[in-house]
Design a protein around this ligand. Structure first.
Ligand code: NAD
Ligand code: IPM
Ligand code: MN
Length: 378
């Protein structure tokens, strides 16, 4: 008798530009994990961003919302591009992504940055600065100026930045909880010397720390000097928590610690186990359609999906180990290194190499994972 395996449902929103290229590599890895570890993953493709505008006029159509609602997790490529960037266009691809994040309530965006030893030599930053760097940015994802009132007048424009106490408390708690599983330190980044929302941010983070997480070390850092310290002494940081816009900018900067934008994955989580997983990079219109995008950020997003939404820790670790093997193989061999790290290997070559580096079929084991999905709750 074949044993019963649960079917995990994954909505796949490939999006625009290199989104479909890196997503198909990531989905191939997901299915290979299914085969090798005995899981069934039902992937459900759905439209988002510019591709959705072209097909339906809406960057986050109702059918996509339904597919996401029914899914255990959502895997996204990237949205946007010059075809949809006319400032006078009534709707933009990026609005679809923001609507999706808001709809799923995924307010905590985990963006880990841990340079692989083999990539240090290919970074623009000195290897001695990068050695031992292991930080996790927790970016608030459903508030701030991204979602505030917007106005356009003949002679001026308005973007309102608003944060409630509740919105700050919940993301601060996630950051403190995560710090307890790591090196026990949180750096909260704001602009409290100028912005009222930042003064509230600092006040609320300090109180949550004092009342609920006194065992964690908390420091506050202004965002402008943080942009400098992140490059000058990145090893000093463990968990970095910050508001939506600062987190967006600082994590593209942090990608340079890892060596490239093509390496950084992310997980967006809310109160439940369901999550949204996407590389931190965009649709890269400058290289789209050429088969040269690095799929590693998307593949590592699959690892985060396996771990955080499905509770498949062993499988997540296997994907990460396969990526480590590929990066190690490219240390001295440019033909096995992705192009954004100075090599010549394209999207398919990297994806095939990751598939080959995954462990072989494992013997059948009980369908129920001994590990619960870690929803970041108590
Ligand atoms: P981008 O991240 O798309 O590209 C920045 C640079 O990094 C480019 O030179 C690009 O070629 C390179 N790059 C990015 N990903 C790469 C990969 N996997 N492999 C190799 N090189 C890679 O940022 P941008 O050019 O400022 O934005 C382009 C579009 O993407 C915009 O429309 C923007 O709104 C959108 N965007 C979407 C997301 C998302 O969907 N999550 C994220 C960021 C930007
Ligand atoms: C990201 C992107 C998005 C953001 C854009 C495309 C809306 O830059 O995911 O980092 O700013 O959040
Ligand atoms: Mn960004």
């Amino acid at each position: 008798m074949p044993r019963e395996t649960p079917t995990f449902r994954i909505a796949v929103l490939a999006g625009d530009g290199i989104g479909p290229e890196v997503t198909s590599a990531a989905v191939a890895v997901l299915h290979a994990v299914g085969e090798r570890f005995g899981h069934a993953f039902a992937t459900e493709p759905a439209l988002i961003g510019g591709a959705a505008i072209d097909a339906t006029g809406d960057p986050f159509p109702a059918a996509t919302r339904a597919a996401c609602d029914q899914a255990d997790a959502v895997l996204l490529g990237a949205v946007g591009g010059p075809a949809w960037s006319d400032p006078k266009a009534p709707v933009r691809p990026e609005q679809g992504l923001l609507a999706l994040r808001k709809h799923l309530g995924v307010y905590a965006n985990l963006r880990p940055v841990k340079p692989h030893p083999a990539t240090l030599a290919h970074s623009a930053i000195k290897a001695e600065v990068l050695e031992g760097v292991d930080l996790l940015v927790v970016r608030e994802l459903t508030g701030g100026s991204y979602f505030g009132r917007k106005e356009r007048h003949a002679d001026r424009a308005v973007d309102v930045c608003e944060y409630s106490i509740g919105e700050i408390e919940r993301v601060a708690r996630q950051a403190f909880r995560l710090a307890r599983t790591r090196r026990g330190k949180v750096t909260s980044v704001d602009k409290a010397n100028v912005l009222e929302t930042s003064r509230l941010w600092r006040e609320v983070v300090s109180r949550v720390h004092r009342e609920e997480f006194p065992d964690v070390v908390l420091e506050h850092q202004l965002v402008d000097s943080m942009a400098m310290h992140l490059i000058a002494r990145p090893r000093d940081y463990d968990v970095v928590v910050t508001e939506n816009l600062f987190g967006d900018i600082l994590t593209d900067e942090a990608a340079m610690l890892a060596g490239s934008m093509g390496l950084l994955p992310s997980a967006a989580l809310g109160e439940g186990a369901q999550g949204l997983y996407e590389p931190i990079h965009g649709s890269a219109p400058d290289i789209a359609g050429q088969g040269i995008a690095n799929p590693i950020a998307a593949i590592l997003s699959v690892a985060m999906l396996l771990r955080h939404s499905l509770g498949l820790h062993r499988e997540a670790a296997a994907v990460e180990a396969a990526v480590d093997t590929i990066l190690e193989a490219g240390r001295r061999d440019a033909t096995r290194r992705p192009r954004d790290l100075g090599g010549t290997a394209g999207t398919a070559a990297i994806a095939m190499a990751v598939l080959a580096a995954l462990p072989p079929m494992t013997p059948a084991r009980p369908a129920d994972s001994p590990f619960p999905a870690i929803a970041l709750r108590d």
